[in-house]
Design a protein around this ligand. Structure first.
Ligand code: TMP
Length: 238
């Protein structure tokens, strides 16, 4: 194993994570916070040990995805809250894959939550806090220079592969993968999956009871937030 590079200055702080540069220009350290926000940070709170749980769960999911041929930024977990990652030039589009109607799709289209989609639906959102991450078409990303046609294609193929792999893995652990959000970036010209995969960025429902095991418990004041994160980690680790 390569020696761990030295942690240098923080160069980015987001709502749930901080990024530090390292003595290796190709690598960064991703630090996971306990801060929780919703509705573009209009709602704020803390979820105890969320950073520790999301770091560990992301490690498990990224490792599983790499094993199944999805290239990610994950190098290795360094500590409870820190992960070593390849440095990405982030593509400013969020990719959402949905298997079941929920969240903003239910609201936008006036549908009830919980209806199965016949095929996974892939959506794209422009990453912009000022604009509240508007829904876009992949054509917008090409037009405005956020991603090339080839990158859009790679992103869609990777997003659907992530869906297939995670859906099966979670189904075996009694969890329905309702929907999730991914971020991608470039590393030496190659598109890699970045960010994190955890209950902040996915909707997980218990297969038997359909109980929510994700950040919707915080967004919607349902209580039992920490318990849901712990339960998801327990199932993913089993
Ligand atoms: P949505 O239904 O609110 O559009 O969310 C779709 C998925 O994306 C859901 O699994 C939660 C995740 N998500 C994020 O990771 N970050 C966000 O800012 C939002 C709004 C959703």
């Amino acid at each position: 194993m390569e020696p761990t590079p030295q942690k240098l200055e923080m160069f980015y702080e987001g709502k749930a994570k901080k990024l530090y540069s390292t003595s290796d220009p190709d690598l960064v350290i991703q630090y996971f916070k306990d801060d929780a926000t919703a509705f573009n940070a209009k709602k704020r709170g803390t979820i105890e040990d969320k950073g520790v749980m999301n770091n560990r769960m992301s490690e498990l999911f990224f490792t599983l995805l790499e094993k199944n041929g999805v290239r990610t930024h994950f190098v290795r977990r360094l500590s409870d809250r820190e992960m070593l990652c390849k440095r990405l030039q982030i593509i400013p589009c969020e990719t959402v894959v949905r298997n079941i109607v929920a969240g903003s799709m239910a609201k936008r289209l006036g549908l009830e939550e919980g209806r199965d989609l016949k095929r996974p639906v892939v959506e794209y959102y422009y990453k912009s806090d000022e604009l509240d991450d508007p829904l876009i078409y992949p054509e917008h990303a090409v037009e405005f220079g956020w991603a090339s046609e080839a990158e859009n294609f790679a992103i869609k193929v990777m997003a659907l592969k992530v869906n297939d792999v995670l859906r099966k893995f979670l189904d075996e652990r009694g969890v329905i993968l309702v929907d999730f959000k991914l971020e991608f970036g470039r590393h030496h010209g190659e598109v890699l999956l970045g960010d994190e995969i955890c209950p902040d960025t996915c909707r997980f429902w218990d297969k038997q009871t359909r109980q929510k095991l994700d950040k919707d418990r915080f967004r919607r004041d349902l209580g039992g937030v920490e318990e849901a994160y712990h339960e998801m980690l327990r199932r993913v680790e089993s």
